[in-house]
Ligand binder design. Sequence first.
Ligand code: NAG
Ligand code: NAG
Ligand code: NAG
Ligand code: NAG
Length: 405
Amino acid sequence: MKFVGANKITFVTCFVLALSIYVALHGFNLHGVILSFTQDSLRNGSVSDQSDFVSKDQLYLAIDDDDEDVSRLRYDYYGVSCPFAEKIIGNAVNEIYKARPGIAPSLIRLLFHDCFIEGCDASVLLDADESQSSEKEAPPNLSLKALDVIASIKSELERTCPGVVSCADILVMSTREALALAGGPSYTLKTGRKDSLFTFKDIAERELPSPRSTLSQILASFASRGFSAQETVTLLGAHSIGITHCTFFKDRLYNFSGTDNPDPELNPGFLQELKTKCPFSASASSPSPCPDTGFAPSLSASDYHSNYGLSSENDGVIDLSFNNEGGPLNFGSRYYRRLLQNKGVMYADQQLMASEETATWVRAYSSDPLLFRRDFIKAMVKLSSYHVLTGPLGQVRTNCSKVLA
Ligand SMILES: *[C@@H]1O[C@H](CO)[C@@H](O)[C@H](O)[C@H]1NC(C)=O
Ligand SMILES: *[C@@H]1O[C@H](CO)[C@@H](O)[C@H](O)[C@H]1NC(C)=O
Ligand SMILES: *[C@@H]1O[C@H](CO)[C@@H](O)[C@H](O)[C@H]1NC(C)=O
Ligand SMILES: CC(=O)N[C@H]1CO[C@H](CO)[C@@H](O)[C@@H]1O
């Protein structure tokens, strides 16, 4: 497996296939353009050499935790400048959640899209304008929700403390609140993130893992951001809430890998259940050969029904929480227990059972909810602090969808 890498920036593409198609279409020059906008190069004022292929080992050695920026985050960063910021966010999320519990998976998904692509800098919230296209327009973004939740909380904070609380901080804090309401563990977060001046649509298009990713693709994509196999298994526990559409796993039910048969890994009873919810249709039988470059959504689960703009076909929906199976405190555990029964809905989910290393953690989390909660807290805190902009880097937007002029 080959990766394209830059010396410090961990610039990894999930798929060799995706990469080669991308290179064939665009050449490497575009990489230079994109990379010149990445946070690392802004930080150092230099553009790194992005034109070499590096081996996996070199790439892993090149991983940098960015401790320097993470350490500039502080607890209660807004203690003086906006003392009620966290309370305002908490109350707002509480209110919205009562009417729309689906904001919990939506916010997690939004956070994942933001943090996974060039760090937690609210770049995903930016609208397209004359100078740049938006990450929201990258195909894997499909149906990103909860943008309105962030916008409404931002408006409220702007009334209380104008120009103080960053969109990046609002996103990580709102997600934390919603997760706790959905049965997830609560955790404390440092704040002080700044918002980016740029959006990274092309990177988002290439690098968000897809629901059809293999285990090695998933692990490589998380590893390039410094997440271990265990942490990857932990974060996927978020798939114990939210929904997914038939489109993203239907090939497993009818024509897995072009075999004209279902995925043999799939639990037979569950297969029948899924088939009822996702009846056969022609498009289901021929998946996109390279979902990452085409029109796949990201791996992360969504909240409610929407038209992905993929087809006019009436696409069914699967509730990943299975009606909140086992109650809210089974957030996490229910996902892993289902994997043990070969009831992972998306191919990528079930892939966690494909190696002993990841399967060990699936088993551990399925039987020990407290272990899962402890690890999930650590992994969410780490994800929420990934590649943040702090201090003089970045800005505090006054409108989360627009760069401050
Ligand atoms: C980038 O900055 C880091 C620390 O700020 C420094 O150690 C490193 O040498 C710099 N790299 C380049 C290419 O200037
Ligand atoms: C199953 O997929 C293969 C490869 O994509 C395709 O050639 C075949 O026609 C599909 N079968 C059906 C019944 O659509
Ligand atoms: C923020 O900017 C967008 C346009 O990018 C606009 O539609 C929206 O109304 C603005 N929000 C506020 C609160 O001004
Ligand atoms: C929420 C949002 O902006 N979604 C966009 C995702 O990207 C597609 C195009 O690929 C747009 O049509 C959506 O509007």
